[in-house]
Design a protein around this ligand. Structure first.
Ligand SMILES: [Zn+2]
Length: 249
């Protein structure tokens, strides 16, 4: 049955079930050395001693990837990097939007109060009189965002308007219209100024890709491990989130 399902499912990017630790598992180990110690026998081993299945071996449709992602599925779409990576994404190509919730709960906190206990404050664009924001300290996310903030503080003023007045970091909430937790819940995401943002759900009269955020801004975030929602078919151009595993070759 699996072969038939795979043949019908042309848009599925996931490969055949092989149920082993692969090079993407290695990327996770490299991206999160404070948290993960190994991948063995198709199982992620956490520093706490907890073990989590890596690949459930199931072939999934796009909706199933969103709703029932295992850890391995988080790599279903490669995240595009480089000068040619700004073309409008193909149908349903959402690199980073496929998330295993259990993975992030173990990493950053399984409840609002647990995540709150890991938050740290930082001054956003301090030279430009930015606001104080709260962000996740686990995995050095706050330190990475601080570096981003310092670099953004040096960009020409014409570019600064896109990142001044941020629109939110930590917020334990589901993604609008779904019962899936947003990665704002784990305080690893930041929305820049909504005034210049585009979101797929806002497009009227049918789907059309839109973006006004300059590439220079995106590249500063990517350099420090944050992916951009503007590279998703279901675009969200104000959104950046810490996902270093997707930025590794
Ligand atoms: Zn967001």
């Amino acid at each position: 049955m699996k072969a038939l399902v795979a043949a019908l499912c042309l848009s599925c990017v996931t490969h055949y079930a092989h149920a082993v630790c692969d090079k993407n598992a290695d990327k996770l180990l490299k991206a999160y050395p404070e948290q993960l110690v190994a991948c063995e026998n198709n199982t992620i081993v956490w520093k706490s001693g907890e073990r989590q299945l890596y690949d459930d071996g199931k072939q999934k449709t796009f909706d199933q990837l969103l709703e029932q992602a295992d850890v391995e599925d988080m790599f279903a779409f490669p995240y595009p990097i480089g000068a040619n990576s700004y073309v409008p994404p193909a149908l349903n190509v959402d690199a980073g939007r496929i998330r295993n919730e259990e993975f992030f709960k173990r990493m950053y906190g399984a409840s609002s109060s647990e995540v709150k206990s890991h938050l740290t404050s930082l001054k956003w664009l301090p030279k430009s009189d930015g606001e104080t924001i709260k962000i996740q300290s686990v995995n050095g996310v706050a330190a990475k965002l601080e570096q981003i903030s310092q670099e953004l503080d040096e960009v020409p003023s014409a570019l600064k308007k896109y990142v001044m007045d941020t629109s939110g970091t930590f917020n334990w909430r589901v993604i609008s219209g779904t019962d899936r937790l947003s990665n704002h819940s784990f305080a690893i995401a930041i929305d820049i100024n909504t005034k210049h943002a585009d979101y797929w759900q806002w497009s009227k009269g049918g789907y059309a890709y839109k973006n006004a955020i300059p590439h220079e801004i995106v590249e500063i975030f990517e350099k420090h491990g944050f992916i951009w929602g503007g590279k998703w078919y279901h675009y969200d151009t104000m959104h950046f989130e810490y996902r270093p595993e997707l930025l590794m070759n």
